[in-house]
Design a protein around this ligand. Structure first.
Ligand SMILES: Nc1ncnc2c1ncn2[C@@H]1O[C@H](COP(=O)(O)OP(=O)(O)OP(=O)(O)O)[C@@H](O)[C@H]1O
Ligand SMILES: [Mg+2]
Length: 381
């Protein structure tokens, strides 16, 4: 789909921003470029849609040399999300999303429908169509930036740190959303980031750059398990190496406890206390008859509400952080530990409760590998 052959860029003054890069990207692949500031990520990206002309080398899209194509037409076939969102402030959301379809002369009705359909993809309603960018939150603006790149159905999309300016929680949910989107849209995506967590989460393959050159290309697992050199190792961070050193345990459902203590909403608070006492737990997950998770009650909640309420359903709290059973541990362990929660319910796609992961069991995994490493050190010394 996309091939870079001995591509270099020398800016005026003679410094090589990109040096002899070779890379083949398959159709439908999600590629992340990662590396420190100034290593040439944006430059490489902009050479692909000819916003910057290479000083040497060739770039092919579907076998065609991009230097032999009209740059404006080329750019219309490539979605582009720039580093700072880049919505036009004087245009409505509809106009912003429909920029390329309009250049491609789609009829107005079709442009409108497309904008609506795209908004729906990110759970935003048609009421946003006539608003202006400043009337949206940062996360929403960023979504629109992404939608704009998708609007004319380009097979190739370039994204330069599209989530860079977001707070961690918004960023996290946008990443999830985007990953789902990618699974249904099958686009080829080149995505620049300098956040290793983001790259690991999203990429089929990661390209690590340093001072204009490729240091390593591989799947997230390749790179986590076999970092090419010390630079990559440092970039990944020691914590990640620890997490990936237990290759047999990969998914949350492999370590969860499959028998969490539950109760239904129609039970009384005193029944709830009885169950807690019997099972020696201080918190119960509330499920319905189909085992769909509804919330939780704990000793404190019951203690506070005992006088005002009678049934579990009246006092349960719904604000629960959950994970899907198939989630990779490497994506969740740190998040769970950072949140400081004592346990996380594990659910399936229909929010049915299938297990529970406790903080203690996660800590065990992390420390198992830590100690494993220390033992090795002891043998060496
Ligand atoms: N127009 C320019 N003229 C001269 N040098 C430039 C120009 N644009 C970029 N450079 C230099 O080329 C190198 C690569 O820049 P580039 O923007 O590709 O980095 P980057 O990896 O995207 O960094 P960041 O993570 O900060 O966005 C840097 O050393 C930069 O200073
Ligand atoms: Mg950049």
């Amino acid at each position: 789909m996309l091939t870079l052959e001995n591509v270099s860029k020398t800016y005026k003054g003679g410094k090589k921003a990109v040096n002899n890069v070779n890379l083949k990207i398959a159709k439908g692949e999600f590629i992340c470029f990662i590396g420190p500031s100034g290593c040439g990520k944006t430059t490489t990206m902009k050479m692909i849609n000819r916003l910057i002309e290479p000083s040497a080398g060739k770039i092919f899209i579907d076998g065609e040399n991009i230097m032999e194509q009209d740059p404006v037409e080329l750019r219309r076939k490539i979605g582009y999300v720039i580093q700072q969102i880049g919505l036009f402030p004087h245009m409505t959301i509809q106009q912003n999303i429909s920029l390329v379809p309009k250049l491609l002369k789609w009829p107005e009705q079709q442009r409108k429908e497309r904008a609506r359909e795209l908004l729906k993809l990110v759970d935003m309603g048609p009421e946003y169509l006539d608003r202006y960018p400043h009337e949206l939150s940062g996360g929403q603006q960023q979504r629109i930036g992404v939608l704009r790149a998708l609007a004319a159905e380009p097979p190739l999309i370039l994204m330069d740190e599209p989530f860079g300016a977001l707070d961690p929680i918004t960023r996290d949910s946008l990443q999830e959303e985007f990953k789902k989107l990618q699974k249904t849209l099958h686009k080829t995506i080149v995505f620049v980031t300098h956040d290793m967590d983001e790259a690991i989460k999203l990429a089929d393959r990661i390209v690590i750059l340093k001072a204009g050159e490729i240091v390593q290309v591989g799947t997230p697992d390749d790179i986590l398990r076999n970092p090419a050199d010390e630079f990559v190792e440092e970039f990944i961070g020691k914590e990640r190496l620890i997490q990936s050193s237990s290759p047999d345990v990969e998914r949350v459902d492999q370590i969860m406890n499959t028998q969490p203590v539950t109760i239904t909403a129609d039970k009384t608070l005193s029944e709830a206390i009885q169950v807690m006492r019997q099972e020696r737990v201080d918190s119960l997950l509330v499920v319905d008859d189909g085992h769909v998770l509804q919330g939780y009650v704990d000793v404190e909640i019951i203690d506070q509400c005992r006088k005002k309420a009678n049934l579990v359903g009246e006092v349960l709290h719904e604000d629960l952080y959950t994970v899907l059973g198939g989630t990779l541990l490497r994506d969740t362990v740190r998040k769970i530990l950072k949140r400081g929660v004592k346990y996380v319910p594990v659910v399936d796609e229909n929010r049915r409760l299938i297990g529970i992961v406790t903080r203690a069991s996660l800590v065990d995994i992390v420390y198992d590998s830590l100690w494993g490493e220390e033992k090795q050190l002891a043998v060496l010394s």
